[in-house]
Design a protein around this ligand. Sequence first.
Ligand SMILES: C[S@@+](CC[C@H](N)C(=O)[O-])C[C@H]1O[C@@H](n2cnc3c(N)ncnc32)[C@H](O)[C@@H]1O
Length: 277
Amino acid sequence: MALSALRRDRYALYEAAVQGVEHDLQFIERVYRRHNGRPPRLLREDFCATALLACEWVARGRDHHALALDLDPAPLAWVRRHRLPYMRAAADRLQLLKRDARSVTKPRSDVLVALNFSYWVFQTRAELIGYFRKTLASLTPGGMMFANAFGGTEAMEAISETRRIDASQGPDGGRIPGFTYVWEQQHFNPIDHHLISHIHFRFRDGTMMRRAFTYDWRLWTLPEIRDCMLEAGYRAVDIYAEGWDEAHHRPDHIYRRREKFENQLGWLAVIVGRTKR
Ligand SMILES: C[S@@+](CC[C@H](N)C(=O)[O-])C[C@H]1O[C@@H](n2cnc3c(N)ncnc32)[C@H](O)[C@@H]1O
């Protein structure tokens, strides 16, 4: 396979290192179907950046439609240049919108997705509840909002963790050679849970792309997020957390609905807000 022109492109590297949209969509469909007895059709992806999830959704069939929202025109231009040309008719089922996620969109969506903690840019209760009110007003009866969260004892520490990422295929079909992904939590303030983090990429030749992305977030806890969703008017809020694989000493990547789980060094959870039917 020829090398991808995007092998040192920060958006392509982010997708390869961080996103697992097939797994995400499988989970979203399973949960939605369990509550509604049918699959969702219209999906809204907030904080979409390169809209990988929304693009994968519309590629799944002619009755799959998506809206993808981001404030920043740069990643949206990237999607138009590097992904839409390869999507043929499916591209017509996607609407890319340069808009604040705190917008009400019509038609109403069946599912609304805010992944990789992006909604943590909202750092006060009033802002977070305000956002959830807008998402609720953008959902159909029976609609669901999916947002994820991380936590655990290491979430509040200044740490760096590295992960080797295998070679993969870029959006242009070319090869992105393996590289190392570095997640750095630079600073955490226990008083307001303000967390500054960076993503760096290290290449096989020893060179680095430092601070490819920087995040200025509030580290929200699960009970706070749940309370804010309920206060915004969601009828019910469920927490799904990854299980633990005892044999391999690592998360099993299967999200199950839970009322309780043991705190760990690090965990991932998905918060699902449900609207009235
Ligand atoms: C980490 S990226 C998300 C990438 C991808 N959707 C994912 O799940 O991994 C966060 C994106 O949120 C966008 N963003 C930040 N604040 C926003 C807001 N208020 N409304 C819409 N987009 C926003 C940024 O421009 C950035 O592209």
